[in-house]
Write a protein of this length. Structure first.
Length: 123
């Protein structure tokens, strides 16, 4: 699965800066992991993705099947996230939020994620 930045009001890619608008791993393979209820599931994990421009956006995720034997790629479908506001000024950034139970569960299963284990109040 790969992701790209989309306009908040239209179903089209945001073109104000090209590939310099997103940072981190923009592709993810399928991970077979257990969820918070200890049930097996398939997850695409984008653990370090960030938006480098200010504004409101959506993320567009496209799923492809890579067929190694035939050296082909087949498009399977896509979905677009809900809108979100991106980029805080450095003076407004209060630090990472405490990691979710799901993030910690994925990390315990071997997925590489940056975690914050203590609540901010303790620091």
């Amino acid at each position: 699965m790969c992701t790209s930045l989309y306009k908040v009001d239209k179903n089209e890619a945001w073109d104000g800066g090209g590939s310099k608008s997103l940072a981190g791993s923009l592709v993810s393979s399928l991970h077979r992991l257990k969820d918070v209820d200890n049930k097996d599931g398939g997850f695409f994990v984008f653990g370090d993705i960030s938006v480098k421009v200010q504004g409101s956006f959506r993320l567009h995720f496209s799923l492809f099947d890579l067929q190694k034997d035939a050296c082909e790629v087949q498009y399977l479908g896509s979905i677009t996230s809900d809108p979100f506001k991106a980029v805080l000024l450095p003076k407004d950034f209060k630090g990472m939020d405490e990691s979710t139970y799901l993030s910690r569960a994925f990390s315990d299963q071997g997925v590489r994620l940056r975690l914050r284990k203590e609540p901010r109040a303790m620091m």
